[in-house]
Ligand binder design. Sequence first.
Ligand code: PRT
Ligand code: ZN
Length: 225
Amino acid sequence: MRTHDRLRIAIQKSGRLSDPARDLLARAGLSFRESRDRLFCYGESLPIDLLLVRDDDIPGLIAEGVCDLGVVGQNVLAEQAAEREAAGQDEAYQIVRSLGFGRCRLSVAVPNEWEWSGNARLDGTRIATSYPNLLTRWLREQGIAAEAVVLSGSVEIAPRLGKAESICDLVSSGATLQANQLKEVAVILESEAVLAGPAKPFADVRADLASMLLRRLDGVLSVKA
Ligand code: PRT
Ligand code: ZN
């Protein structure tokens, strides 16, 4: 059982958010000693430690109390929040700060040759995605009767494989869509990296550590802005 006299932050081990997250924490004055397995980094300058994990695991680690805070894409956080909501579970996390990096959008994209007359064009079709909960909610809000086909990767090739007619995936420059002869027709979610925390405030020394961390982060973020 971990003690609660130190704060533990989960960040992505390797991927798009790893370097910017580590850079941000370094600029806030945090330094770490890396363990040999490189999964846990002990905080040297402050009692704030790091856990290096897959981004998809971060909301769950916060919900379970294994980590106190996490740096994660809003897309991942919102998908898992929507999944909890669909399952009738309590809200487990909240966005503490938006961090200004890792910007992208979750969008629906259709084959270039489709004439786009509006969302009703999706009626009766299949949409491949790794974000079934956010897509399903959006389809419901829009009154579209389409099926979400869940794929964990390479979503953009689903139409060519005949698995779906269109896709719902993350877009940043748009180059991947272009390379796959797809065009973006609707944005479901604008996303950036966020610092996420539990829905309920800390009731021990972690509250003081978290507010000190936030003061430092706000200093760094205001310089960047
Ligand atoms: O191993 P792990 O599970 O931790 O990593 P991962 O492979 O799931 O995530 P990673 O490192 O690819 O992305 C981490 C986070 O970066 C995402 O959850 C987003 O919040 C953010 N992000 C920002 C992006 C992109 N931009 C992005 N462009 N994540 C993915 N993409 C992919 C997208 O899925 C598509 O395949 O890039 C392609 C589109 O890019 P463009 O520039 O061609 O439009
Ligand atoms: Zn991931």
